[in-house]
Design a protein around this ligand. Sequence first.
Ligand SMILES: CC(C)(COP(=O)(O)OP(=O)(O)OC[C@H]1O[C@@H](n2cnc3c(N)ncnc32)[C@H](O)[C@@H]1OP(=O)(O)O)[C@@H](O)C(=O)NCCC(=O)NCCS
Length: 243
Amino acid sequence: MTADVTIYRFILDKSDDEVSYLAALLSADEVERAGRFHFDIHRKRYIVGRAMLRTTLSRILGTAPRKLQFAYSQYGKPTLEGDLRFNLSHSDSYAVLAVAAGCDVGVDVERVRRDDDLIPLARRFFSPAEVEQLTALPADEQTMAFFRCWTRKEAYIKADGAGLSIPLDAFSVALGRGDVPRLSGQGTEGWAVDSIETEPGYVGAVVAHAAELRLRYRVPALQSTSRPALQPPLWPIAAASVS
Ligand SMILES: CC(C)(COP(=O)(O)OP(=O)(O)OC[C@H]1O[C@@H](n2cnc3c(N)ncnc32)[C@H](O)[C@@H]1OP(=O)(O)O)[C@@H](O)C(=O)NCCC(=O)NCCS
C-alpha cells in the first residue's frame, strides 16, 4: 500500500493584526492554552500554527475552521473523527503540516544548529546502531546526519502518537546522506519514513503507516489575512488518499 501524504509548509511569524484575526479561528481551549505561554512570541506562533491547521483541514473537509473539534490521544496528539489524519510540527518560526487519508501520520521539522553537544545528545537518545552510524561519518557530515536521525525518530513517535513513551533507543533509522530512509526495530514494521523538503537551514521527516510514501507539496489554505472564502470541499477528491 502506498500512502499519499500532502505536506504544507508555512511561516509562523505574522503581524499583530494577522495574529488577532487568526486567533478568532481558535477554539476556547486553544485560546486558553495560548494565554498560558510565558513569551509573547511563543503565544503568537501557537495561535498561527493552530489557525493554519484549522484553515487547511477545514478547506479539505469543506467545513468552517472553528467547527473542527479536535480530540486528544492519551499523549496529546490532536485528531479528528473520521478518515483524515494529520500532524503538525514547528521549529522556531517554521511549521510543517502533513495530511493523509486513513493511515496515521507523523511529521517533524527542526532548525539545524551546529553544536558540540550533538554527539553527547545522540549517545543519550539514539540507538547504539545510530550512534555507530553517526560517529563513523566524517565530522562535516555529522550535524546534518544528526538532524536527519532526530527528525525521523521524532516523526515516527509522532505518527504512532505515543510520544516519548516509546523508548527512543529501541528502534533505528538510516541517517547517512545517501541512505534510503527506513525504520527498523521494535514496532516499526509497517511504517514508512521519508525526508521532506524544507526551507534552507531546516531538516524534516514524515512517517506514515504504509509500505511506502508518495509526497506532494501544497500551499496552505490561508497565506495572509485575506479572509478565507468558503471553498468547495477538496475532500475526498484531492486530499491524500491511500492506494
Ligand atoms: C510532544 C512531542 C510529540 C513532539 O514535540 P516537539 O518535537 O517538541 O514538537 P513538534 O513541533 O514537532 O510537534 C508539536 C505538535 O505535535 C502535535 N502533538 C502533540 N502531542 C503529540 C503526540 N503525542 N503525538 C503526535 N503529535 C503530537 C501538536 O499538534 C503539537 O503542536 P501544537 O500543540 O502547537 O498544535 C514529543 O515527541 C516530545 O516531547 N518530544 C521531545 C523532543 C525529544 O526529546 N526528542 C527526541 C528525538 S530523538
